[in-house]
Design a protein around this ligand. Structure first.
Ligand code: MN
Length: 653
């Protein structure tokens, strides 16, 4: 009874695929999709899947799933190419040459996710892995392609050996179905779960399948009669509404049996009746009518319209008794229905912590961005928007694929110490994604990092200038036997101030790496500053007014003050703004629309929660001050926008 498959006419050729894309997006990049199709078909030529079919069927099916989800041209092209770099003679570089950096980065993201090794990380909970998956795929299109990839693999899982089937099914239920749910991809989620159940618990699956079809036949006519009777009564009162019945999917019935410890026979709500109408008043009127023609079960009425669920889900739920059996009825407006189907009504939550609540909120925003039809308005910038889900944390991988969490800005030395103290202290060289890099190289989420150790290597004082993680700092200090006052910028927001350049006026040469801003006073561009120079030519920049200056000079007489000044550089037309909002569906889309209309580009975006308000930091590339001001006025005028702040380039935010 898997009735969650994507319907629609079957697509079997490139032309039909393109036609389907054009049906929802007349501005689609047809040459791009066509070229990606031809390239992938050629690259996979001669390869076979486990099923014995040509391999290219797989990327083609993945692309088709994304077409059903109304994916952008770039997403469809990337889906067609998603296995090329891993499985064929062509490399990411070839893809980059043929299709540009954007597509090659998406393909690279999908490829990297394959190398995440979950199996040997027993300390990683499913929740952690979900985070890792989302953090690795900074670009949401990578997640979409990965989900479509999983879906097609699940559809064809019968060709795999049984032991692999179970592992894949478990991974899908624990990791990918919840992610699909979070993103509001209900059909994908339902199908993933039903397919997985078949392998996780074949007996239960078979039992459900036969029992549901029997019971369905028995109940179908009954439900049909109820629906007709409701329709008739609504008509009499002049109420316009859509009334239909729906069956729950296998896995949700299975979960109900497990959670409530019930037998199948005891589960009555296989069917629910749903009524969609125009406005909230009608919802209550319809409820009244239903309760007048059927007997409602006491205590089963839930008014999520007056009191929405935490996740903004709105609907009236009631249970009526027909022939001694309960039937659930849900009544909601069309708008409420769209929101619920769109994933705003996400029931599934990460358990507990404050951070997880934030995560939840971010995903809601992500969903809103997704639902915004960027190509229809002819603006593609949203498509390339990178969404930073975990601004302060990155996840990189060992060559074996084990994930290592690090603070943002971490380097190979941080990585080494976080893998093992011994690897840290003997760290000699580092490779990132196969290339040798300096030890102070800044790592990015998804990087695969390899440390080359040497017997003679030892921790260097210099490392303290760039390591970020407390573990690395602690071990290095320990090894060097450093005590006392640290001229560190631990607590300093280097993202904003670190870009400022310092001009040293004394006739001394100091390597750029050896200059840092003092954490104690955290000087800003607007502050007058002074440098403290140590004998080994390390310079720390303090505010002239810093209380610690005198103290430090006294404590260590090998420090001397040096005249320094900011060397401010103009960065062109970049403005940073901070928006304070109270959440509502579609708000972000409206804001981004105004930005796009005014000819501005979003170069970065991140969202945060401050109490119950959403705070969005945007960097904008704008054509001129007039356009910028007009856009800001329009944004201020939007409902639920509480404040728009301009942020100085170097201001700490
Ligand atoms: Mn694949």
């Amino acid at each position: 009874m898997i009735n969650h498959h994507f319907n629609g006419q079957e697509i079997t050729t490139k032309e039909e695929l393109i036609e389907a894309v054009l049906s929802y997006n007349p501005n689609a990049n047809v040459p791009l999709i066509s070229k990606a199709y031809d390239f992938a078909a050629k690259a996979h030529a001669g390869q076979l899947r486990e099923s014995g079919e040509p391999y290219f069927i797989h990327p083609f099916e993945v692309a088709k799933i994304l077409v059903k989800l109304k994916g952008s041209s770039t997403t469809i092209a990337s889906a067609l190419l998603h296995d090329v770099a891993e499985d064929t003679r062509f490399t990411l570089k070839d893809i980059s040459v043929e299709f540009g950096d954007e597509i090659s980065e998406i393909v690279s993201g999908v490829t990297k996710m394959r190398s995440i090794n979950f199996a040997n990380r027993e300390d990683y909970s499913a929740e952690n892995i979900r985070k890792i998956v989302l953090a690795t795929a900074k670009d949401v299109r990578v997640i979409l392609i990965k989900l479509a990839d999983k879906l097609h693999n699940m559809r064809t899982l019968k060709f795999m050996p049984p032991d692999k089937q179970k592992i894949a099914a478990k991974e899908v239920v624990e990791i990918y179905a919840p992610i699909a749910y979070k993103l509001g991809m209900h059909r994908v989620k339902a199908e993933l779960e039903d397919l997985a159940l078949k392998y996780i618990n074949p007996e239960v699956y078979a039992e459900l399948k036969s029992k549901i079809s029997t019971k369905k036949d028995e109940r179908e006519e009954e439900i049909h009669r109820i629906i007709e009777k409701i329709k008739e009564n609504l008509k009499k009162k002049g109420l316009v509404a859509t009334v239909y019945g729906r069956t729950k999917h296998f896995y949700s019935i299975y979960r109900k049996m497990m959670v409530r410890n019930k037998k199948f026979e005891e589960i009555y709500d296989l069917y629910a009746i749903r009524i969609i109408c125009d406005n909230a008043e009608d919802c209550y009127a319809i409820l009244g009518i239903i309760h007048s023609i059927y007997h409602p079960l006491p205590d089963r009425l839930k008014d999520y319209i007056a009191i929405p669920k935490h996740n903004m889900y709105q609907s009236l739920h009631t249970q009526i008794v027909v022939d001694g059996k309960p039937v659930e009825v849900q009544i909601r407006t069309r708008d409420m229905h769209v929101s619920a189907e769109d994933g705003i009504a996400a029931h599934w939550r990460f358990k507990g912590t404050e951070r997880d609540k934030k995560f939840d909120q971010k995903i809601t925003w992500l969903k809103q961005i997704l639902s915004w039809k960027s190509e229809e308005s002819g603006k593609q910038f949203i498509d390339s928007l990178k969404i930073d889900l975990f601004g302060n944390e990155i996840v990189v991988f060992t060559p074996k694929g084990d994930p290592i969490n690090l603070p943002e800005g971490s380097t190979p030395v941080d990585f080494a110490y976080n893998v093992h103290t011994e690897i840290g202290s003997k760290c000699n060289k580092a490779k990132v994604n196969g290339d040798i890099v300096p030890l102070d190289h800044i790592l990015k989420s998804g990087d695969i990092v390899e440390i080359l150790t040497s017997k003679n290597a030892q921790p260097s004082r210099h490392w303290l200038n760039f390591v970020k993680s407390p573990i690395a700092k602690g071990h290095i200090r320990g090894a060097l036997n450093i005590k006392g006052i640290q001229l560190d910028s631990d607590d300093y927001d280097e993202k904003s101030a670190g870009k400022a350049e310092i001009e040293v006026l004394d006739a001394i040469k100091i390597s750029k790496n050896h200059i840092k801003l003092a954490g104690c006073c955290a000087p800003l561009l607007s502050d007058e500053i002074v440098g403290l120079l140590t004998k080994d030519k390390k310079l720390t920049i303090h505010k002239k007014s810093c209380d610690n200056l005198k103290l430090l000079q006294d404590a260590k007489n090998d420090m001397r003050p040096i005249k320094v000044a900011w060397k401010q550089k103009c960065e062109g037309n970049i403005k940073r703004i901070k928006l304070i909002l109270s959440d509502r569906v579609g708000l972000l889309a409206e804001i981004l629309n105004i930005i796009a209309e005014s000819g501005m580009n979003v170069t970065s975006i991140n969202t945060d929660l401050i109490k119950d308000k959403i705070c969005i930091n945007l960097s904008l590339n704008y054509p001129g001050p007039e356009q910028f001001e007009t856009a800001m006025q329009a944004i201020r005028a939007i409902k639920n926008v509480i404040a728009v702040h301009y942020i100085d380039k170097y201001e700490k935010i």
